[in-house]
Design a protein around this ligand. Structure first.
Ligand SMILES: [Zn+2]
Ligand SMILES: [Zn+2]
Length: 237
């Protein structure tokens, strides 16, 4: 293992500064999500129609696609030592491959802070829309809020997929396939360690793996940048 290769100890650091950022991000997430939900709620029950249900489903589906794309990106490119992004996003994914159970030892702030930060543009974008102005704007706000809530839940659902014990309600959701199932996610942790990146529900994994979605993106990025996918993994092994 070379001097520049991240060790398990170096990956395990979670600084006080990172915790402060995560804590602020969680507070900001609940404030922005609550503001958006209250604006839709103010429209009254008659506004909660089929289009609203479709926007919720599409937002949840989009969060699964987003989880897979972001997970793939930070598994495949950059380094745990990349400024800012390395400690906030790359480190948790790389640590997870070294020690898959570590995520189950993270508290609420460490588990969910980074995803709250990631949803900031989504929730701020929703706040720029006036849900009372048109059906399309209402659909957009509901979609973006459902997307943000799905992204927020992702790390927690991923953590539960690795936990030895989960609350009965969570087990039921897993059995129903409404959230990430441990058996489904275990595929990601088996060779070649480059499948089933989606970790909110996993619903998108069969489609994306079947289409070769991530391999196509890797070929395109390598052609453009000459970067090697999973170069840091190759250095470790
Ligand atoms: Zn991974
Ligand atoms: Zn995992």
């Amino acid at each position: 293992m070379g001097a520049e290769t991240p060790s398990r100890a170096s990956l395990a650091s979670y600084t006080g500064a990172a915790r402060a950022v995560d804590s602020a991000a969680i507070l900001g997430f609940f404030a922005a999500a609550g503001a958006n939900v209250s604006r839709v709620w103010a429209l009254g029950m008659e506004a909660l129609d089929g289009a609203t249900a479709a926007a919720i489903c599409l937002g949840y589906l989009a969060s699964d696609l987003g989880s897979g794309t972001v997970h793939w990106f930070f598994d495949t490119w950059l380094s745990a030592r990349t400024p800012v992004l390395g400690s906030m996003f790359v480190r948790p994914f790389r640590e997870h491959h070294v020690d898959p159970k570590a995520i189950t030892r993270h508290d609420f702030v460490e588990t969910n802070g980074s995803n709250c930060l990631a949803t900031a543009p989504v929730l701020l974008g929703a706040l720029l829309l006036d849900p009372s102005s048109s059906i399309a704007a209402q659909f957009g706000v509901v979609f973006l809020v459902a997307l943000a809530l799905g992204v927020f839940a992702t790390n927690q659902l991923h953590k539960w997929a690795h936990a030895d014990e989960v609350p009965p309600g969570v087990r039921w959701l897993q059995c129903m396939g409404l959230v990430l199932r441990p058996e489904h996610h275990s595929v990601h942790h088996r060779a070649p360690f480059a499948r089933h990146y989606c970790i909110t529900t996993g619903w998108m994994n069969p489609l994306l793996d079947g289409l070769g979605y991530f391999r196509s993106l890797e070929r395109a990025i390598s052609a453009l940048t000459r970067a090697v996918p999973r170069a840091e993994d190759a250095a470790i092994t």
